[in-house]
Design a protein around this ligand. Sequence first.
Ligand code: C2E
Ligand code: MG
Ligand code: MG
Length: 649
Amino acid sequence: MARLVLTYAAVTLVPVVLLGAALVVSYQAEARGRGLAEGRSEALLVAQTAVEPRLTGRPLSDGLTPDELASMKALAKRSVGDHDVLRLRLRNLSGQVVFSDDGSGFKDRPEDEALDAAHGEVVARLTHLNADSDDVGPIGPEAVEVYEPLTAGSPERRVGVLEIYLPYGPISADVTASLHGLYRDLAAGLALLYLALFAISMSVSRRLRQQLRRNTYLAEHDPLTDLPNRTAFHRSGEVACEAARRDGSSLTIAIVDLDRFKEVNDTLGHHNGDRLLSELARRLSEFVRPGDAVARLGGDEFGLILPGIADPEPVLWLVRRVIAHEVSIGGLPLSVDASIGYVVAPEHGTDVDELLRLADVAMYVAKAQHAGVVRYDRAQNHYDPAKLTLMGELRQGIEADQLVLHYQPKVRVDDGRIDSVEALVRWQHPAHGLLAPDHFVPLAEQTDLIERLTGWVLTTALRDLVALGPAAAGLTMAVNVSARNLGRAGFADRVAQTLARAGAPADRLVIEMTETALLTDPAGAAAVLREVSALGVKVSIDDFGSGQTSLGYLSTLPIDELKIDRSLIADMLVNRAHGAIVRSVVDLGHNLELRVVAEGVERADILAALRSSRCDLAQGYLFARPMPIGQLASRLTSGSPPRTLEPSR
Ligand code: C2E
Ligand code: MG
Ligand code: MG
């Protein structure tokens, strides 16, 4: 701190000193100017009152008359004797010396200044006595040398030039006396300025440092638990890996995911869920040793870095017990289990990204097998390792923008006009190519990754919708949402923010929710759907007919659309029960004032049956497969009339 203050003091001093130096230089120039001006007026006075009255008016080139000469000698003797003048010469209009108090200068070449004065110009300069190249004798004191034109006679005319050296000492004493006062004021002013600048820069920099510290803290910490966040965890992991590599020691990285945390949130509210997370964060922080690291990686996921433990298994079982220890939330004794997956470096690798991915995989195994604590093992064959690895890769895939959206139109059954499109996610996997959502969405739904996935889909779909411009006027965009998305606090707020950021009106967004997803938490889902619907967003029940929603429950939901499950549509012409269900669902939907969509329409005869059942919309390969945005853009403008699709088979 002291060094910082010293640095500031020095840095602030620089401009003040520069300013002071500039002012001093300018004051001195000013003082010299004043000295010269004073010299000039003294010379003028001598010329007008002492020299000119002694001249008869003859040009000095004719030489001085004996009277003039005597009178000039007397004048010179007196004024040089009194030290009022250092040297006094008269020159003719050609610049030659015709009188000199000390006999000097008669042989010198006429000086330019003398010639200028002969033409009527007063020339004054600061010099020393005997400083001219023609002068002889030692250099004398500082002097103001003035060449003053002389006029005399009547009528008055220019007769010659007075060259006079006035002692600068008395003049400069006058000027510097007034300068001293000025310097004092200047020094006081600069000192005040310095203090003010120092104080301002100290306080501004203190505030900036505080802000910087705060921003750095926020960028690396989770605001709820105050634990380091994923970014900070990653960095600690890198440091710990490096240290382990150097020491040749081992390092354990563990990922801890709470089991059924969503139920705590749903039954006790998000506020109490947050309290539970804070309490567990506190316990984990207390549990670890100095040099270990604990972080909140997101949602209900924590990370641990434990260097130098030979056998981490018992330690991690202890972590699990610490977490499961009863905690009182809102007066209720609660206990949550956790699934922990871990890796050991260097055995499982030395790259932090890779280690975190593998620890994720081990955690998914722990979760799926209800195994508590699981060490990553390549040979794990109870689980489909490819899928688990994929899961670990998905997090990075989302960040690396490997997801893509394809859009499938929903068309009006009566005239084939495209009414809306559904965004369906795919993953352009670097090794496996384009992956269908069935390969990764169900896995993502088991963890908080689904949050990021849905966020990405929502943002991208709305951005694309806006980018389609007038070609898509009135078109709505449907996005699929998982049960876990609705379970997270603030879902409706996030949707509202995404709409605002994309600049899309709420009524052009449709949220598709499968009937089975609704059933995992009917009351909670209904509440969130009401919030979403209040924004103006439309709600559609996907795969309807595949679950067993009670009609009573259905009537309490703020829904706009029913999508009849593909399995019912596919065989509605051969399976009489399915045919009847389809017709009933269309009627039911209409009675509840909903639009009804048939999913998976692949054949013209099915389309005809849907038309006669008065189903509103159809979606399926018969009209179009899901397609990239570019293709959708051209489909919207082609067709006759535009924006209609012909059944293809
Ligand atoms: P879904 O929402 O019911 O989407 C319809 C699925 O049926 C799509 O499969 C679509 O390609 C397929 N399909 C459409 N027409 C036909 C047809 O005529 N015949 C047949 N056989 N299939 C047809 P896709 O794209 O593989 O998506 C599968 C499921 O993955 C979706 O079912 C949806 O539940 C889920 N999904 C897709 N994208 C997302 C997403 O962004 N978020 C979430 N949470 N789930 C998504
Ligand atoms: Mg859907
Ligand atoms: Mg569906």
